[in-house]
Design a protein around this ligand. Structure first.
Ligand SMILES: [Zn+2]
Length: 112
């Protein structure tokens, strides 16, 4: 009778521990699934925002077209004529203009 009680206690403990382990594993799987769904939702939101704002003027919201400005492609608003420079484009344009001015000066003094 004592042996049966001890065996029952061990069996109960084993089931309790396994059940706890299974519940913990299921909780982790659910949390991972939720994180994955939230990441997908965030990505969808970012894609929607990009699609909504792509080539739209940040000032008036109208369409923008890509125009060539001294060999640098910039976005120009079709309504307010605002110009949008992407990273590095303004520096590239200024650098090209500085080189053009040097060229004009050199031609003027007969170096070229
Ligand atoms: Zn505009």
């Amino acid at each position: 009778m004592v042996v049966d009680k001890e065996a029952q206690r061990r069996a109960d403990q084993w089931f309790h521990e396994n059940e706890k382990k299974l519940l913990e594993e299921n909780r982790k799987k659910r949390e991972a699934k939720i994180r994955d769904e939230m990441a997908k939702e965030e990505k969808r939101k970012q894609e929607d925002l990009k699609r909504l704002h792509w080539l739209k003027c940040p000032r008036c919201g109208h369409e923008m077209t890509e125009n060539d400005l001294s060999g640098v492609t910039v976005d120009v608003c079709t309504l307010c004529a605002g110009i949008f420079f992407e990273r590095g484009e303004l520096e590239l344009l200024l650098q090209k203009r500085a080189e053009e001015r040097k060229g004009i000066f050199r031609r003027l003094i007969g170096l070229q």
